[in-house]
Design a protein around this ligand. Sequence first.
Ligand SMILES: [Zn+2]
Length: 230
Amino acid sequence: MAIVVIDCGLVYLVPSMYRWYLYKSSELSVPSGDLWRFLECCICECCCNALCYLWKCLFTIFRYNYAICNNNTMDSNENINIAASQSSINDPFFRYKMPAISVKHEGRGNGVKTLLKNLDQISKSLHREPIDLLQYVASELSVMSMHKNDDYIINGTFSPGVIQDCISRFVSSHVLCSLCENPETRYSVKGKKGKYATLEKTCAACGATDIVPDHKINKRIIASMIASKK
Ligand SMILES: [Zn+2]
């Protein structure tokens, strides 16, 4: 079974292999039985070291195809801590959590798209607008995005790992308090007009206010905040 999976994946994935190679193994969501069948097929004379580069590539291809064979989705029921420091990220009792991103790949060829299935829930956990998060992810990946019938979609095929990395960067820059790292922050706008307005976030835990690092999406957030006050 695994060999068939690899065969149909090789041609497909070689151009983007290096990107796939970077994914964290911790995000695997594959039943262990299938994984072991795959490993048994892989461990042969030419590839005796299970950690070698080839193995990692095959492993990634397996995972990708596994997702395609299973209704084209890569789901994870995992919850991730809303934090930046390693100690908080790994703390199982951490208070603030968000669901891990779940994606679905749609379309073929140039029309291939990635549906961000649970962007709504993630945004809710972060107390941010889903459209902000969608535009942030699209901007980081330099692709177009669209919001249609409650679906949040970006052009191109991206794995959950790549999207999750973008979300982590959004959390660090646009959500966490830079003083105490608490995620209970609210946006505010300093200054009133056009380019003189800056986006800030104020922390409910320690009261600190700091400037949100400059990003393409800030302009739109500022505009919508000013519009909502009118
Ligand atoms: Zn704070």
